[in-house]
Design a protein around this ligand. Sequence first.
Ligand SMILES: Nc1ncnc2c1ncn2[C@@H]1O[C@H](COP(=O)(O)OP(=O)(O)OP(=O)(O)O)[C@@H](O)[C@H]1O
Length: 705
Amino acid sequence: MKEFNVDLAPLELQKERAYLEKVLNHIMEDILSSTSKKKTVYDDIVEYRKTLIDEYRSDEDKQIDFFDHNRFVQEESYKAIEKKLVELTELHNTPYFGKVVFKEEGMDEEEAIYIGKYGLVDEQEYEPLIIDWRAPIASLFYKGSVGKDKYRAPMGDVDVDISLRRQFLIKEGELRAVFDTETDVRDEILLEVLSSNAGKKLKDIIMTIQEEQDRIIRENREGVVVVNGVAGSGKTTIALHRTAYLLYNYRKILENKVLILGPNNMFMDYISQVLPSLGEGGVHNDTFKDLALSLLEFEGSMFMGEDYTEALISGDEELVSDARRKRSADFRAVLEEKIEETEKTYFEFKDIEFLGQSLLTREEMENILLKDFKYMPFFRRAKRLKKIIVKRLKEVRDEKRFEIDRRYEENKKKMKADGNDINMLDGMRKSELRELLQLVSEKRKEFRELSEGDYLRSYRDLKSFAFYTEADIAPMLYLKHRLHGLKLPYQVNHIVLDEAQEYSMIHFEALKDITGCSSFTVVGDTNQMILEGRSNMNDLGEIFRDVRHYDLTRSYRSTFEIMDFANRFLSGEKIVPLVRNGSPVEEHKDMSMEDMLEVIVKKVEEYKENELDTIGILTRDMNTTKELYQLLKKKLNVKLIDSEDALLKGDLYIMPSYFAKGLEFDGVIMAEKAEEDGKDLINYIMATRALHRLTRITFRETMIY
Ligand SMILES: Nc1ncnc2c1ncn2[C@@H]1O[C@H](COP(=O)(O)OP(=O)(O)OP(=O)(O)O)[C@@H](O)[C@H]1O
């Protein structure tokens, strides 16, 4: 980042420098005291272990008990001190980046607060030196202009009059720049940040969060927040900052109870640094597919992953129409019908008798399976029914046993009176009892199937091919949950869904029902659907009570030229690019294979000379990626990304469009077959991955290598 001038009245600048020094000194003192605390805790642990071993030398159980408890307490405090030290060290580099001066309504004095990544308090003076960016009052910094405003505090809205909003650039504890702006505070710094290179992982943006983004980040925890934003508008970034915000403000409810679902493992790895960089851990990360498959415990064969996506984007008509059907409202109705049919036909309704006695009437069976326990998943009702029958069966068994014993006692008395041998009687009793138990056990087998319900027997008729496909996963999950009742192995109180344009109503409902959670952050871009069509992300009002929608139309990722170019692949609403100019997009049409390879190699060299760190060569599908890779690997050190579990290592990649979703590169080279040239969302996805430079090439021939 270039150096800025510090442009402030001398007296004011002096005050700011003095404040910075005071804060830095305080941080240093805290670092020193935390380091010594850390040492004390460490010494304590060592000392303690020594005495423990001496004292309880002979009592191992006591040793373990005591050791476990104490170790837990010590380790927790050790971890807490370590965390604090990491935060303090970071603060010592950049203690804060913003300041707001304001007067609360009804107060005489103005207050000044400094905003940073973490909060810091002078505990002796009870003075907050730095306010955590997530604290309610810090929202004042992210608002557009000075003047009357308010912030949301726990006891309600607080009206304020803001007189100053100041922004700082502090690096290595040194003040590099100060800006006071009455409107649109962060533009200069924002442009500087956006002009820098992407890096291999997504970053935090606390210094430059924009007002429209901040509103979403600080939305209420309850209910569903839906963000439909164009490529590069910061959806993923916002979703993660919102998670950090929610964890900070609702730690008790949310710690270890937030679930983030992304499209694939590569993407999850790409976003993995944002929360830790904001000092947060303790969230569950997964992909919908992996989560669903583990709940389904499905062991059959399924057409899924990149092979499936390939087939879809290559336009395999049967698969495409099956995928559309499985996403549709009609299919949801089909699932409901299937559930009803299963309830009515899976088990035979009949009277059940044992040794001439009724165990259950057909009517009772109908009531239990279809009415009385309706609130339970169907197969659980069946298990309940089985328990009832087995209980009654045991009652009849006991009655019969009692009868056999009674008869035996009577006969015994009689025979004894007559002076007869009773051995024969004993033998008869035993064999009667054995026979009874045999009958009971045979009978029990008849109800075994009541506890062996299998949702796949019901779903099997709904699959369109001899095999299952990825499009079946969500409906299978929905059906299995309705029939069996599923649970995650952990509690979830908030769910974040990224790339949510791909989720159908069935996905949303399954997630809602299985987790019992109705607090969601849902982000996606209806222009980036693999299969074009209506995205259910906009219809969530049908299943949730409280849904708040946001649209984001400004892109922060790419230059004006790149966004302008990408817009041509959209038929609907166009992106409003943030005006950051760059080099023109280059287009080479209808090239021969040799020429294309030459251009790619030249562009990669040029991009590197221009100090672009990451470069993505993007093609529509895997075949083109692999073919091109074979040719390019002789000329360039390029990494092939051919699986969604790949790791983004290195700086030059080649991959198909669908793996690039959600990712970004400083420079992008799109290589497309000439016959596929056209208006299409896949082109839009590829073009919008670029931050600074974009080249698009279409080529003719098939490749020979
Ligand atoms: N306020 C901001 N300040 C600085 N950088 C920002 C800001 N908002 C977004 N960005 C940057 O813009 C880029 C795009 O952000 P992000 O990946 O979150 O967008 P997205 O909407 O999820 O994109 P896509 O739909 O393509 O996945 C990232 O590099 C992010 O750091």
